[in-house]
Ligand binder design. Structure first.
Ligand SMILES: Cc1cc2nc3c(=O)[nH]c(=O)nc-3n(C[C@H](O)[C@H](O)[C@H](O)COP(=O)(O)OP(=O)(O)OC[C@H]3O[C@@H](n4cnc5c(N)ncnc54)[C@H](O)[C@@H]3O)c2cc1C
Length: 453
């Protein structure tokens, strides 16, 4: 009997978790993965910490090597780019590092081409000392540049998650760091009041932040970057990190007739199937169903890529898995400040047409009398009529991530602020006050809802 073949395009979290799960699900499947870069199955999320020097060796970011995949019966080819998908014939064209082309047939295809750093159409991006950060190769290039060129002044273009993680990483190397952000606030996925707390932390740490500074171009001499022009001003720079967003890597999908959704990423159902028979997609190339809005969303995160890949792999292997969707939970560390969000911000809720109310409270992270506590700022967003919880944001210095996960669980359950206020949460003085910040926020929301409805 001829074995069925799964071809995986892209060796990131989406592609390789699909390959690994498909193998566990089905021992008879032939699995071949193609990755155009030099690494597979790596934690891109760890790259800022590798650049900072907290992680010494890039190999620590690699979950499994091609040799380890081979032991599981998964054939991995690095430096192999899939250049074309022919769904009608069930085959892909693959080009290796020596430009040799081959045609490989498939029964199932997993599109895991990920996302690409957005490069705005401004002059000077080709100058030496200008970097984006997405791959291990780019992380290694940044580390090498810092070690060899000893830059003193870094400009980060874009104040999103990666930009701010990089501000901390480069500051740790003793550089003077400037963040230029086009919008009026950093962290555009947070409400301005919560993002403002993170901006205060940047200022406290000596990072210069310029909001409403859209970058117009980069200048340099001798082929090397020397300054960034933004909002009519010049910012001197020995190195520049360009971090202005991710766009889904859909060029192969488009060419193959794989349908894109309203966000511009690949449209998938709960089983991670695309519109084409036998063709699945997972990770930053794909959309996800948003459980709060009920619409497709593009929220490219590692946690989602892993779950989508696992779901696709199980189904390709003959199982019956469903990925129900996301609520947009994310967390970022910016020096001492930790910022987390889930569901919709107040601004997003309004944009989505919800009649939303929001409540913000400040409460200590530990019992008042127990040493070492710090303030937690919690914002809850809920629907005026039903009291349904729509989202939450937390900024503080400890236990922010795990507290936001409680809100995420409530969003999955479709709870109201009333349900949320009844939660039996843990308490001992080193961990929280007897009324945890989440419960205070829920109680204040409950009162606000009762008054407003
Ligand atoms: C610096 C940084 C920090 C991050 N931090 C976090 C975090 O803290 N938390 C979080 O949840 N997420 C984080 N993320 C996001 C997370 O890393 C991504 O969501 C995840 O890597 C997506 O996995 P993927 O497999 O879909 O895409 P990728 O990791 O982009 O992998 C896709 C792979 O496909 C390859 N490929 C593309 N086209 C082809 C082709 N035609 N042929 C062969 N190969 C191809 C690419 O070379 C790439 O290796 C971070 C990302 C970055 C860059």
């Amino acid at each position: 009997m001829n074995k069925k073949r799964l071809v995986v395009v892209g060796g990131g979290a989406g592609g390789m978790s699909a390959a690994a799960k498909a193998r566990r699900q089905n021992r008879d499947l032939q699995i071949v993965a193609y990755e155009k870069g030099g690494f597979v199955s790596f934690g891109a999320c760890g790259l800022p910490y590798f650049i900072q020097g907290i992680i010494k060796d890039h190999n620590e970011l690699i979950v499994r090597t091609p040799a380890q995949f081979a032991e599981q019966g998964i054939e991995v080819h690095i430096h192999h780019e899939v250049t074309e998908i022919d769904p009608a014939k069930g085959q892909v064209k693959v080009r290796d590092a020596h430009s040799a082309e081959q045609v490989v047939p498939f029964d199932y295809l997993l599109l895991g081409t990920g996302g690409a750093s957005f490069r705005p159409p401004i002059p000077g991006l080709e100058l030496e000392g200008v970097f984006t950060l997405r791959s291990i190769e780019e992380g290694l290039a940044i580390r090498r540049f810092i070690a060899e060129q000893k830059p003193q002044r870094a400009v980060i273009v874009g104040g999103g998650y990666i930009g701010l993680e990089m501000a901390e990483a480069l500051h740790a190397h003793g550089m003077t760091v400037t963040v230029l952000e086009m919008l009026p606030q950093v962290l555009p996925n947070f409400d301005a009041d919560m993002a403002g707390l993170v901006a205060q932390e940047l200022e406290k740490q000596g990072v210069a932040l310029y909001t409403e500074h859209g970058v117009e171009g980069l200048d340099g001499s001798g082929g090397r970057v020397g300054a960034v022009a933004a909002a009519g001003e010049e910012f001197p720079a020995d190195m520049v990190i360009l971090s202005v967003g991710i766009k889904p890597g859909v060029s192969l999908a488009r060419q193959a007739g794989i349908a894109l959704g309203p966000t511009g990423a690949v449209a998938v159902d709960g089983q991670m199937r695309t519109n084409l028979e036998g063709v699945y997609a997972a990770g930053d190339v794909a959309e996800a169903h948003h459980l709060v809005t009920g619409k497709p969303a593009y929220i490219p995160l590692g946690t989602t890529a892993n779950k989508q890949g696992r779901t696709a792999g199980e189904n390709i292997g003959g199982g019956q898995a469903v990925f129900s969707g996301v609520v947009g939970t994310a967390v970022v560390k910016v020096f001492e400040s930790h910022a987390a969000r889930t569901g919709l911000t107040e601004q997003e809720a309004e944009k989505e047409g919800f009649d939303a109310l929001a409540v913000t409270i400040k409460q200590g992270s530990r019992a008042r009398y127990y040493p070492g506590g710090s303030p937690l700022h919690v914002k809850l967003v809920f629907e005026r009529q039903s009291g349904r919880l729509l989202g939450g944001q937390i900024v503080g210095r400890e236990d922010v991530a795990k507290r936001v996960d409680v809100i995420a669980a409530a969003l999955h359950a479709g709870w109201s602020v009333d349900d949320f206020s009844r939660l039996d949460l843990s308490y001992a003085p080193p961990f929280s006050p007897v009324w945890d910040a989440l419960l205070i926020a829920a109680n204040v929301s409950l009162s606000a809802w009762q008054k407003a409805k």
